[in-house]
Design a protein around this ligand. Structure first.
Ligand code: FAD
Length: 456
């Protein structure tokens, strides 16, 4: 009898949970349906790779919606998964990996977004023979993609060198010159060292690329990846500092040949097939060039009066270096919101965010919730529909809904994106075209598809 009562109680509790869950799911689906009917679904917007769902295969299990850490990128509508908020997708492809029936492939951005990408062969070669592009500059974001492409590109070059029986040791001539020491450039350099190829890497700033510019202690997420000279790197979540320390150790072991603080300004290919690579310090000659420049380029500027004051910055690494300050953060993307919350968490800071739109609509779910909470608790103030018009030494002038406001101010951070190095690529003659928009033919996509289709 006791057992029966316990069983009934358990059944009622489970039933209640199930009913609650199903009601929530129904509500959510209704919301998506309403949005779809009003043409308000945000399927647009992914800036790089994002999921493409094949409805013929989707079995409606909702695994993809559950594994996505970015919030409601995907949702269930009519028993099928679909993109609900595409702009929130950062393209790590966990949904594609998790889909049990292989209904999801990662594809590149829409043609309008991708139009400004260089033409690349499946081996990452540009329109100029023996000049390659790897990493985010080629259109695929994420550390794992940059690492894989850097490594595979050097393998291609190694095969060419072997086929041509090229002697590596001509004086002052490299076999490979790698521009950029972010994840892609580091991986390419390590593979070159592993294969004992005569290479040099040139980095305008510091080793680590975009990763070194992440805010302090930022959690880096990456899938397991094969690192040259190290093997499988299994950690999938670690801090920025841990990742940089790991790279530091591997690079030291590999006797990394890198010139930092040197910007590549021009590359010209001679009639002899040799590239002349110019930096502010001189010229290098190389048989092959790998461009691993990333996409961040130079930070985009507002172009307002006073923007050249030293208090105006475009990057925040150590939020805790700023206390008791009056701060303006300009922008409404994840970087702006994360910086504003970081600065507002420090003692005595007064933080105002200026955003030209009427709401934050393009940020990750956790940032969206975070900033609402900060606003609700009065930890920071957001001026929607506003634009800075002038930065002065100890104040800023902002146009809010057509009315000018002057705020006392010590520091300004501007996060309105970056200018990609398109002009540089065009100058050196790299061809651009509207590329095939899907990556379905690419190695990454094939591997992802095979991985989900192959039973463990
Ligand atoms: C805020 C933020 C958070 C992110 N979080 C994650 C995450 O958690 N997980 C993840 O997988 N990805 C994340 N990403 C994406 C990831 O950082 C990039 O996809 C990755 O860094 C791309 O690597 P890359 O080597 O192609 O380019 P980059 O890392 O951008 O490196 C390019 C390098 O080239 C150098 N360079 C450029 N031009 C020249 C020149 N003319 N001469 C010499 N050197 C030059 C630059 O100084 C730079 O060091 C994040 C990105 C951002 C902005």
């Amino acid at each position: 009898m006791d057992n029966l009562i316990s069983f009934l109680i358990a059944a009622v509790i489970i039933g209640a949970f199930l009913a609650y869950y199903l009601r929530q799911e129904k509500k959510r689906e209704q919301k998506y349906r309403d949005s779809a009917e009003r043409g308000k679904l945000r399927s647009d917007g992914p800036q790089s790779q994002h999921p493409h769902i094949d409805n013929n295969y989707c079995i409606g299990c909702a695994t993809c919606t559950m594994v996505c850490p970015e919030g409601d990128v995907l949702g269930m509508v009519g028993g099928k998964a679909m993109i609900i908020n595409g702009y929130k997708c950062i393209g790590h492809g966990l949904c594609a990996e998790a889909c049990p029936v292989g209904a999801i492939t990662m594809v590149l951005a829409s043609p309008s977004v991708g139009a400004d990408r260089p033409t690349l062969s499946p081996e990452y070669e540009t329109s100029i023979r023996n000049m390659f592009i790897v990493g985010e500059l080629g259109g695929l974001a994420l550390i794992k993609n940059a690492v894989n492409q850097g490594r595979d590109c050097v393998d291609t070059i190694a095969r060419r060198l072997a086929a041509n029986k090229t002697s590596a040791s001509a004086v002052g001539l490299y076999d490979i010159l790698i521009v950029g020491a972010g994840p892609a450039g580091i991986s390419a350099s390590l593979r070159a060292a592993e294969k004992m190829i005569n290479y040099i890497t040139i980095e305008q700033s510091e080793v680590g690329g975009t990763v070194s510019k992440y805010p302090r202690q930022k959690l880096v997420m990456t899938s397991p990846v094969e690192f040259p000279l190290h093997g499988k790197f299994k950690k999938s979540e670690l801090s920025k500092e841990d990742l940089l320390e790991f790279w530091g150790k591997v690079l030291k072991r590999a006797d990394f040949k890198c010139k930092t603080g040197e910007k590549v300004e021009n590359i010209v290919k001679g009639d002899d097939g040799i590239f002349r690579v110019t930096t502010q310090n001189g010229e290098f000659r190389s048989r092959h060039v790998i461009l691993a420049l990333g996409k961040s380029g130079n930070p985009r500027k507002l172009g307002v009066k006073g923007e050249d004051l030293p208090k105006v910055m475009y990057r925040l690494i150590e939020a805790d270096h700023y206390v008791n300050k009056r701060i303006l953060v300009v922008g409404g993307g994840d970087s702006a919101v994360e910086a504003a919350m970081g600065l507002a968490s420090q003692v005595g800071n007064t933080v105002t965010v200026s955003y030209r739109q009427g709401e934050f609509s393009r940020i990750k779910e956790r940032n969206s919730q975070g900033i609402q909470e900060f606003m609700r608790k009065g930890k920071l103030k957001v001026l929607f529909n506003s634009n800075p018009v002038e930065f002065r030494t100890d104040s800023v002038v902002i146009d809010v809904n057509g009315t000018k406001q002057t705020l006392p101010n010590d520091f300004v951070w501007i996060f309105i994106g970056g200018e990609p190095p398109t002009a540089f690529l065009k100058k050196i003659g790299v061809g651009f075209a509207n590329r095939d928009i899907t990556t379905e033919g690419s190695r990454e996509a094939k591997e992802a598809k095979e991985a989900v289709l192959t039973p463990a």
